[in-house]
Design a protein. Structure first.
Length: 245
């Protein structure tokens, strides 16, 4: 009887039109916490709920307080790509993966070498002046205190989707198109409970849905292969079996 890793390898080898859709669990092995876990950010006590602090209205009205929370709880400048990120980049290089769709804002997929990445919730590595549109790196946020300001005097805002904001239409449209055209859809590190991002799965029309997640998801009933192991180890081993290294 084949192992789950061997089944995954066979699925990957049989297709050159694979899309990967990932959530917070992809980055936990890089030391970035899954905020919705039992010991994650949303389980901690603050003066305001994290959902409130990370909302657009809070950013607008209490910008300095927003940035205090954002710097200490949302930015992980020392985080590095893990085995999952590198495996996905390798599969794109081999012509297997056509798109990586992520709910994460840490930029680790791009850092690992993936090119066609759709960041549904934006990126903490881009920060934009709300007045002139000038773009800044995360270092500008980390190296300033209080509210970071542009040279023009405008307030700098992280290019991440806050609560009360909609997803970027073009990013969502392109991600939806990629899912709808995929032969294989690999979903990893997400319980598929966060909408509208999780709704992308409903556009998949193929018959090779792979779920790699340590807990159950709302789409388990549709999956052709379910793996409850570490996503980095799983993807890393599958690629190793394919390439021999």
């Amino acid at each position: 009887m084949k192992s789950a890793i061997d089944e995954l390898r066979d699925i990957i080898e049989s297709s050159d039109n694979i899309v990967f859709f990932g959530g917070a669990g992809v980055s936990t092995e890089s030391g970035i916490p899954d905020f919705r876990s039992t010991d994650g950010l949303y389980s901690e006590k603050y003066a305001h709920p994290p959902e409130t602090i990370l909302s657009r209205s809070f950013f607008n009205s209490r910008t300095e307080e927003f940035y205090h929370f954002y710097r200490t709880k949302m930015l992980y400048p020392g985080a590095k790509p893990n085995a999952a990120h590198f495996a996905l980049a390798k599969l794109e290089e081999l012509g297997k993966i056509k798109a990586v769709i992520t709910q994460n804002v840490d930029g680790l997929h791009t850092q690992a070498g993936s090119i066609n990445v759709f960041e549904l919730h934006g990126s903490a590595h881009r920060n934009i002046c709300m007045d002139c549109g000038k773009v800044f790196t995360t270092d500008v946020i980390l190296q300033t205190e209080g509210i970071p300001l542009c040279t023009c005097g405008g307030v700098i805002k992280p290019d991440v989707v806050l609560y009360e904001e909609g997803l970027d239409h073009s990013v969502l449209e392109n991600a939806t198109l990629a899912v709808s055209r995929a032969d294989v859809l690999i979903v990893g590190g997400t319980s598929l409970n966060v909408y509208p991002a999780a709704g992308l799965i409903s556009y998949y029309r193929g018959n090779k849905l792979v779920l790699i997640n340590k807990s159950e998801t709302s789409y388990d009933y549709r999956a052709n292969l379910i793996i409850r192991e570490s996503i980095g180890e799983t993807l890393g081993k599958a690629v190793e079996k394919m390439t021999g290294r």
